[in-house]
Design a protein around this ligand. Structure first.
Ligand code: G6P
Ligand code: ZN
Length: 544
């Protein structure tokens, strides 16, 4: 066996390596600067402290441009830092949910995910490096703060420059580095995740739904992977396992530039799916983002399910999913800007409910404490405690399981849900690439205005309906498990009837500031629940 020696390479710190909500996201060209990727990876490893020596880590990404180069670099850096083993997806491929699953299944110290999620890929587009901790979830704030602290003082990194690993071929590769054994296990990217889905759902009933049975037509699905990482997972699950035909899955080859698509599953960017669904041939449509954690669900004729409603409908029918028959339903949660539809399901069923700041990591600590089963965000994220990331394919399978058991289509499920619980109309307005200082000042002024005592009780009349301000603040989250405080998570105007307006700055933009305004109004009048959300909100916002 060839013996390798690590070397210490002097470097200079970069001052812009502060991870955002989901790791460090920059243009590929930024990561390609000399030592830029090396520095950040070294900082992640240093943040593991005493746990680094002899550790096992998972490594993979969404197949975008620079994933393979970065993966090879990371293998060399890990080899030089006393990591005992890396579990790497074949071709460097792992969806974000698959990494979360493997960290948990193999009890590793964490994992490194190479992705910029739903942002475009290619030589002049986006890349990202995200660290997930040993619970399988995104690193919490104190860890990312520590990583950032290390980056600004970093003077050197360790590397084994000549270590080569064939990540395109499965197998265990063993090296001796500085006298110690170092292993790289290149694994099938798909198998463990598919195994998990088969444990959670009743694949026989899903197969029967898709195939049709006596008195029941085949249920036609259309799944769009947007040329992101989910393609191989989707083929294995929907075609090979569930028997859907090949034409039911599209854009399933992971491409470095996503074939020019912007891999964000929403009505704007997943327009190909929306148009195909409008033809009325398919009963169910789903699209996933670049790294496979986001989802969009559509019914026949492109009937759109908002992520907030998706969460609520799944919450109301969660008992149909075999996994929850075993674990029980421990709690529901949503991020603060997400519409309050799930709140009503929680209060009707008596199940505990939590409202957390934007960012999946806040759900993770509740799940680790066994308080939470199902959660979601307006930003097209839905998931459960089967892993510690949101999970696009899981969400699509959950919908199919509910449909199979309830024997109702997507729109029918929504309409009966609204009739029972009332409807939360939700819209979000994004103002991108704004000057950061001005936006910070605007939020500061807004906070002053809405927190002045005279603001409570302010009445706004819109379309003959009166909205009275009941509470207004800048949301501060107190973690119910460890008591930690996360302040200034967004301005909230809460009205007496449960309607809300939220203003916050995005935590994921790669340049300038993005202001998001969310409007969530509640309607329980049966004659009004089928209206178009955009029409109701546009003027409401400007009245306020
Ligand atoms: C990422 C995180 C989500 C979060 C979203 C919000 O996708 O994984 O948990 O909801 O960012 O992004 P924003 O731009 O609104 O801060
Ligand atoms: Zn994503």
């Amino acid at each position: 066996m060839t013996e390798f020696k690590s070397v210490i390479v002097p470097t200079r710190p970069f001052d812009d390596q502060k991870p955002g909500t989901s790791g460090l996201r920059k243009r590929v060209t930024v990561f390609q600067q000399q030592n830029y990727t090396e520095n950040f990876v070294q900082a992640i490893l240093n943040s593991l402290g005493d746990d680094l020596q002899g550790s096992v880590l998972v490594l993979g990404g969404d197949g975008r441009y620079y994933v393979k180069d970065a993966a090879k670099l990371i293998i060399r850096i890990c080899a030089a830092n006393g990591v005992k083993k890396l579990i790497v997806g074949q071709h460097g491929i792992f969806s974000t949910p698959a990494v979360s699953n493997l960290i948990r299944k193999r009890n590793t110290s964490g994992g490194i995910i190479l992705t910029a999620s739903h942002n475009p890929g290619g030589p002049d587009k986006d890349f990202g490096i995200k660290f997930n901790t040993d619970n399988g979830g995104p690193a919490p704030d104190y860890v990312t703060a520590e990583i950032f602290n290390i980056t600004v003082g970093l003077e050197s990194y360790n590397i084994v420059p000549d270590l080569e690993c064939d990540i395109d071929t499965q197998g265990v590769y063993t090296y001796i580095v500085d006298g110690n054994e170092f292993n790289v296990e290149v694994v099938d990217s798909v198998a463990d995740y598919v195994g998990l889905m088969k444990e959670i759902f009743d694949f026989d009933s899903l197969r029967e739904l898709l195939k049709g049975s006596e008195g029941r037509k085949p249920f036609k699905i259309l799944i769009d992977s947007m040329n992101g990482v989910t393609g191989p997972y989707v083929r294995q699950i929907f075609v090979n396992e569930l028997g859907a035909d090949e034409s039911s899955i599209v854009n399933t080859k992971p491409l470095e530039d996503f074939g020019g698509l912007h891999p964000d599953p929403n009505l704007t960017y997943a327009v190909q799916l929306v148009d195909a669904m409008k033809e009325g041939i398919h009963d169910f449509g789903a699209a996933f983002d670049g790294d496979g954690d986001r989802n969009m669900i559509l019914g026949k004729k492109a009937f759109f399910v908002t992520p907030s409603d998706s969460l609520a409908v799944l919450g109301a029918h969660l008992h149909h999913i075999p996994y929850f028959k075993i674990t029980g339903i421990k709690g529901f949660a949503r991020s603060m800007p997400t519409a309050g539809a799930i709140d009503r399901v929680a209060s009707a069923t008596g199940i505990d409910f939590y409202e957390v700041p934007t960012g999946w990591k806040f759900f993770g600590s509740l799940m680790d404490a066994d308080q939470l089963s199902l959660c979601g965000e307006e930003s097209f994220g839905t998931g459960s405690d089967h892993i510690r990331e949101k999970d696009g394919i899981w969400a699509a399978l959950a919908w199919l399981q509910v449909i199979a058991c309830e024997k109702k289509g997507v729109e029918e499920l929504l309409v009966s849900h609204w009739k029972k619980f009332g409807r939360n109309f939700f819209t979000r307005y994004d103002y991108e690439n704004c000057p950061a200082d001005n936006c910070a000042y605007m939020l500061h002024k807004l906070e002053q205005i809405v927190t002045s005592p005279v603001y409570i009780g302010t009445q706004i009349i819109h379309r003959n309906k009166s909205y009275v301000v009941k509470q207004a603040d800048n949301f501060c989250y107190e973690d119910p498990i460890d008591g930690s405080l996360t302040p200034k998570q967004g301005i909230r105007l809460l009205f007496e009837d449960g309607s809300r307006i939220i203003v916050r700055l995005s935590g994921t933009g790669s340049s300038g500031a993005t202001v998001r305004i969310y409007v969530d109004s509640y309607e329980k009048d049966e004659r009004l629940i089928l209206k178009d959300a955009q029409v109701c909100h546009y003027t409401f916002m400007w009245v306020v």
